[in-house]
Design a protein. Structure first.
Length: 384
């Protein structure tokens, strides 16, 4: 590593001795700084965590005063990536002893003192409930924008309503439903998008079984066939009836139509009885104009801005996250309007039940707690 690169990475200033010029004090000073990252359009908290090799829990803990939910980050938001470090000061080492005039012998030079590494201390975090209360006030005070957006016109082969080659474990009148436009294609700007579906109620004889669900995301060739290996594949608990979601632990490429398949494994030994849905996702380039709008907007306006830009998956993700954190009828109305636009209004009242995210390593369903109701400014939100 070059010297300049090394000093830049450490944040140190070196003083070089030049013959004939009195050297300044060789003391150095490391200011109290903490590494930060500014969120750009397309970022997800999962992606930022992966990019910097920082566990998601640590990233959230460092920013608990401004991150109410992993899905709720703002364009232009400055996230802490490391805790503050205390000041480090190294003093001038004593000059080496020179030869004695009497004996002409030399005494060994003393080693400079060792600078102890800094003790890393966590920043004092604000109560995250204050941020949640602020978010709730924004919801109540917002000027509602239309949640209706422009959707892709490209029609792709798929089935967003559950199908099975023979029978199914879903109860009568119930189907597995992928929350997608009727073109079977949704767009996103996120590096690690979130997928949504409605898990159906099961037939009585299946309700006591611990069923699994399989998710598979693949690129396709020029003939429309899946390319193996898949970009991502996972199995997890199916969870209770309601709206469920999965956030990818890997980034997807830009500009490609990718096929995703979700299957309820009713009988692992008889795949023909598995209920499944198939749809498409395409990641598009981030728009500078949209990025500028989002940077100025409140989080509560993000779903409408994403919907207007035709970013289906992002609108769903932000609206779902807001509904998890704040109980408000206007958010429920927006959710219903967004799904009704794609003829899925009948599933809009289904509860948010479970989430699969990159932190879930055991393939279990993370239950979604009901959102707290808004409280006055001088009241506290309940512990979560």
């Amino acid at each position: 590593m070059r010297l300049s690169a090394l000093t830049a990475s450490l944040g140190l200033a070196l003083v070089l001795a030049v013959p004939g010029i009195a050297a300044a004090s060789p003391s150095f000073h490391l200011a109290q700084v903490s590494a930060t990252y500014t969120v750009v359009l397309g970022d997800t908290l999962w992606g930022i965590s992966r990019r910097f090799g920082l566990p998601l829990g640590n990233l959230i803990a460092l920013n608990r005063d401004q991150v109410a939910d992993p899905d709720l980050i703002r364009v232009g938001q400055i996230l802490r990536l490391a805790p503050h470090r205390p000041e480090i000061t190294a003093t001038k080492p004593p000059a080496p002893r020179v030869a004695s005039r009497k004996t002409g012998s030399k005494k060994p030079a003393q080693k400079p003192p060792t600078v102890k590494p800094p003790t890393v201390t966590q920043p004092q975090s604000a109560d995250p409930r204050a941020y949640l209360s602020s978010l709730a006030r924004d919801v109540l005070a917002r000027h509602r924008r239309s949640i209706l957006g422009s959707l892709p016109v490209q029609q792709l082969a798929g089935n967003r309503l559950g199908a099975a080659k023979r029978g199914s474990c879903a109860a009568a009148g119930q189907k597995l439903v992928a929350l997608l436009p009727d073109t079977n294609l949704g767009q996103t700007v996120s590096d690690q998008p979130t997928f949504f579906w409605r898990m159906p109620a099961l037939k009585p004889e299946w309700q006591s079984r611990a069923l699994r669900t399989r998710f598979r995301l693949t690129a396709v060739d020029s003939q429309g066939l899946d390319i193996d290996p898949p970009l991502y594949q996972s199995e997890f608990d199916s969870g209770p009836p309601g709206i469920a979601s999965l956030t990818l632990p890997v980034a997807i490429p830009t500009g490609e139509n990718l096929r995703w398949t979700l299957s309820i494994l009713c009988d692992p030994d008889d795949p023909d009885g598995n209920e499944y849905v198939k749809g498409w996702i395409r990641r598009v380039e981030a728009s500078p104009q949209l990025a500028a709008e989002l940077e100025k907007a409140n989080l509560v306006d993000y779903p409408a801005l994403y919907a207007r830009a035709g970013l289906w998956f992002d609108a769903l993700k932000y609206l779902s996250a807001l509904r998890r954190k704040v109980s408000d009828a206007s958010l429920d109305d927006d959710w219903a309007a967004l799904l009704d636009q794609v003829q899925l209004g009948d599933v809009a009242k289904q509860p948010l039940t479970c989430r699969q995210d990159p932190a879930q390593t055991q393939g279990t369903c993370a239950t979604v707690s009901p959102a707290p109701t808004h409280t006055p400014d001088n009241a506290q939100l309940p512990e979560r």
